[in-house]
Design a binder for this molecule. Structure first.
Ligand SMILES: N[C@@H](CCC(=O)N[C@@H](CS)C(=O)NCC(=O)O)C(=O)O
Length: 271
């Protein structure tokens, strides 16, 4: 069966106010069996995704902000389809399948989407644009530390990673001003990179308190503003907290041991 064509939708340009949540038919838009059939490059973009991946969320947020019609295939990273292994040089999601070919690496995908659809969400000045790109790199390093935090095998290593996270948020604090978003009150590409970082902490704080943001009041405000953005809210499934808790439990790490049984409602359906 071929994928249904989605009707192009127009949303208010990002940065001009609050973008509405995307219609539900943009969420999947796929009917083929993705375990067997690779993306079919047609006139529409397809984002090859995994439902917990923060790097995938970056791309979804930008696609939503820019109102770009697209399809999404959600693969199981524990059981990667053959077509995915042939398409992904690093074996990682996200991939963006375009009529011209396939792109990988979320920061590159964001730049491509920014250049090819609507008004750019980068600042105009060459220096500011480069500065935003530097801080996008930094957001990726925070994501790597988050992974080190939830995978730490001992309490000592867990605390070391927590301390590293606190230090990284102190660095970010110095780069922020008193605005809602990274550089001003307009949502920018850099904000799409940071939003998935903060989503983790809503779940971490439901069962442990490392006070990661103690030295970072502007980061706390930034986190709140990003969490309220409709494109950010709708970038994950409604049961994301349960999926993440189940993922953290399966890690058998020091952090896994802190999750109380009554918070864990069992393995959600991961499909
Ligand atoms: N630097 C990459 C990182 C992407 C990444 O690490 N993706 C993870 C999922 S969140 C992945 O696909 N891992 C492959 C695996 O688990 O085998 C990017 O920005 O796109």
């Amino acid at each position: 069966m071929t994928a249904p064509l989605l009707t192009p939708q127009k949303y208010p340009a990002a940065g001009t106010g609050i973008a509405p949540a995307p219609p539900q038919d943009l969420i999947h838009g796929l009917t083929r069996d993705i375990t067997r059939t690779p993306p079919q490059p047609d006139s529409q973009l397809e984002l090859v995704s995994f439902n917990l991946c923060p790097y995938v969320q970056r791309a979804i947020i930008l696609l939503t902000e820019k109102g770009i019609p697209h399809k999404r295939s959600y693969i199981d990273l524990a059981n990667k389809p053959d077509w995915f292994n042939k398409l992904s040089p690093l074996g990682k999601v996200p991939l963006l399948v375009t009529p011209a070919g396939t792109l990988f690496e979320s920061a590159v995908i964001l730049e491509y989407l920014d250049e090819t659809a609507g008004t750019s969400l980068h600042p105009e000045s060459a220096f500011e644009k480069a500065r935003h790109r530097s801080w996008i790199e930094f957001s990726s390093s925070i994501l790597a530390t988050i992974s080190g935090f939830y995978s730490a095998s001992t309490r000592q290593k867990l605390e070391e990673q927590a301390q590293l996270l606190t230090e990284k948020f102190s660095w970010l604090e110095q780069s922020l001003k008193e605005h809602s978003y990274f550089s001003d009150s307009n949502f920018r590409l850099v904000d799409a990179a940071y939003a998935p970082v903060f989503r983790y902490f809503d779940v971490f704080e439901s069962f442990c308190d490392f006070d990661f943001f103690r030295n970072a009041p502007k980061v706390r405000n930034y986190r709140t503003a990003l969490g309220l953005r409709p494109s950010v809210k709708s970038a994950v499934r409604a049961d994301y907290p349960d999926l993440l808790l189940a993922f953290l439990r399966r890690k058998n790490s020091s952090l896994s041991g802190l999750i109380p049984d009554d918070l864990f409602l069992g393995e959600p359906n991961r499909k």
